[in-house]
Design a protein around this ligand. Structure first.
Ligand code: ADP
Ligand code: MG
Length: 361
C-alpha cells in the first residue's frame, strides 16, 4: 500500500508561533522513513501529532485508510519510542514489555506470547526476568522498542532513538534497528537530527527546516542532488563546502579577486545559467589537489589538516572562504599555496540569494 500513511497539509501553532507550516508526506507500508532536521525544526511535534499526543491546528492524517482526526492516541495502534525511552524501574523487562497489552486488557496467554515474540524480535528473549537497572543502555533501548512492538503497532514512531547511546554503540544499534524493522515488517518513522543516522538507516528521508519539508527523497537523491545549499551543507561528513564565484566581464570567473578558468564541462554548465554570481557546492571527496597552474584549478592556501585514518581532511582558505578536501597523498605544508580542481560533473550550483540548486545535472 503506497499511501499507507498520508499526512496532508498538517500545520501546528503554539500561540503565535507556527511550528509546522503545512507538512505533506505519503509513506508506503513497510517503509523506513527518517525526518531529519536541526533541533527545533518541528520533528517531535510532527511525531506527537501522528501519535495523537498533540493535536494539529490544520490538516489531516490517514493511516491504513482511516482518517485519524478525533481518534484518541490509545486507539491508533501506533507504537512510540521517545528519546528518553524511560522504562518502569520497578517492573521486570517482561512486565515492561507487557505494559501496553495490560492497558488493552489482553488475556494472559495471548499477552505472554506477544511479550515473547517482541523480546525475540529485539533478541532479548532470555532477559525477561531482569530488572531495567541490570541492563546496558543499548539493552534498555531494545526493551523500549519491544514494548512498542508488543502491541503489533500499525506504525512505529521513534524519536531520536539512538541519542542516549554512546558513539560506538550508536553505530551498531543503527544496523540492529534497521534489521529489526525488516524482520518485524513494521512501517517506521524515525526522527533524528543526525544526518548520518538518517542517511544510513532510512529508505527515504524528509529534510525539515523551520517547520517545512525542504526535500523528500532517497538518501542518494539528497546527497547527490540537494535541493538547496542548506541541505548540501547539512548532509555528508564533512558537509559540502560553499564557494562563491563571480562572472568576470572579460569572460572567465573570479573567486575573491583571483581569476579562475573552470574546465570545459563546468564552464558549459556555468554558461548555461545567467547568474553573475553563483555558489559552488563542493564535496570533500570530489575535488583534487593539483599544481597551482593546472587547468581548471583555483589556488588556495592550506590552513590545517586532520588525520582520519586511511586519509586526511585538509582545510584550505580561499579569500576568506573555507573548503575541505579529502586527500590520501602527501600533505602540503601549512601556508603552502596549491591548486584545487573540483570534478566538473560533481560541483553543485546554488543561487547565491535563495540558496536553491540552479541546474539539473
Ligand atoms: N508545547 C509547546 N509549547 C510551545 N512551544 C513548543 C511546544 N512544543 C514545542 N514547541 C516549540 O516548537 C518548536 C519545535 O519543537 P520540536 O518539535 O520539539 O522540534 P525538534 O523535535 O525538531 O527539535 C520549538 O521551537 C519548540 O520550542
Ligand atoms: Mg525533538
Amino acid at each position: 500500500m503506497k499511501d499507507y500513511l498520508h499526512i496532508d497539509e498538517v500545520a501546528k501553532r503554539f500561540g503565535d508561533t507556527e511550528v509546522l507550516k503545512g507538512i505533506s508526506l505519503t509513506i508506503g507500508k513497510g517503509d523506513f522513513v527518517a525526518l531529519l532536521g536541526p533541533s527545533g525544526c518541528g520533528k517531535s511535534t510532527l511525531l506527537k501529532i501522528i501519535s495523537g499526543l498533540e493535536t494539529e491546528t490544520a490538516g489531516r492524517i490517514r493511516l491504513a485508510g482511516e482518517w485519524l482526526a478525533g481518534v484518541p492516541a490509545f486507539r491508533r495502534d501506533i507504537g512510540v519510542v521517545f528519546q528518553s525511552y524511560a522504562l518502569f524501574p520497578h517492573l521486570s523487562v517482561a512486565e515492561n514489555v507487557r505494559f501496553g497489552l495490560d492497558m488493552r486488557h489482553m488475556g494472559r496467554a495471548e499477552a505472554e506470547a506477544r511479550v515473547q515474540e517482541a523480546l525475540d524480535l529485539v533478541k532479548l528473549d532470555n532477559l525477561g526476568d531482569r530488572m531495567p537497572h541490570q541492563l546496558s543502555g543499548g539493552q534498555q533501548q531494545r526493551v523500549a522498542i519491544a514494548r512498542a512492538l508488543a502491541i503489533r503497532p500499525r506504525l512505529l514512531l521513534l524519536d531520536e532513538p539512538l541519542s542516549n547511546l554512546d558513539a560506538i554503540l550508536r553505530k551498531s544499534v543503527r544496523v540492529d534497528l534497521r534489521e529489526l524493522h525488516d524482520r518485524a515488517g513494521t512501517t517506521t518513522v524515525m526522527v533524528t537530527h543526525d544526518q548520518e543516522e538518517a542517511m544510513s538507516m532510512a529508505d527515504r528521508v524528509a529534510v525539515m527546516h523551520d517547520g517545512a519539508i525542504e526535500q523528500w527523497g532517497s538518501p542518494e537523491d539528497i546527497y547527490e542532488r540537494p535541493a538547496n545549499a542548506f541541505i548540501g551543507t547539512f548532509v555528508g561528513s564533512p558537509p559540502a563546502s560553499l564557494i562563491t564565484a563571480r562572472r568576470h566581464l572579460s569572460g572567465g570567473w573570479r573567486i575573491g579577486d583571483t581569476a579562475w578558468t573552470p574546465e570545459t564541462t563546468l564552464a558549459d554548465r556555468l554558461d548555461g545559467i545567467r547568474n553573475l554570481e553563483v555558489t559552488l557546492g563542493v564535496r570533500a571527496e570530489r575535488i583534487d589537489l593539483v599544481a597551482p597552474d593546472a587547468p581548471g584549478a583555483f589556488v588556495a592556501e592550506l590552513t590545517s589538516s586532520e588525520y582520519l585514518g586511511g586519509g586526511r581532511l585538509l582545510h584550505f582558505a580561499i579569500h576568506g572562504q573555507r573548503i575541505a578536501v579529502a586527500h590520501a597523498g602527501s600533505v602540503p605544508n601549512p601556508g603552502e599555496v596549491v591548486g584545487l580542481r573540483p570534478r566538473s560533473d560533481d560541483v553543485m550550483l546554488f543561487d547565491v540569494n535563495t540558496g536553491l540548486r540552479i541546474d539539473d545535472r
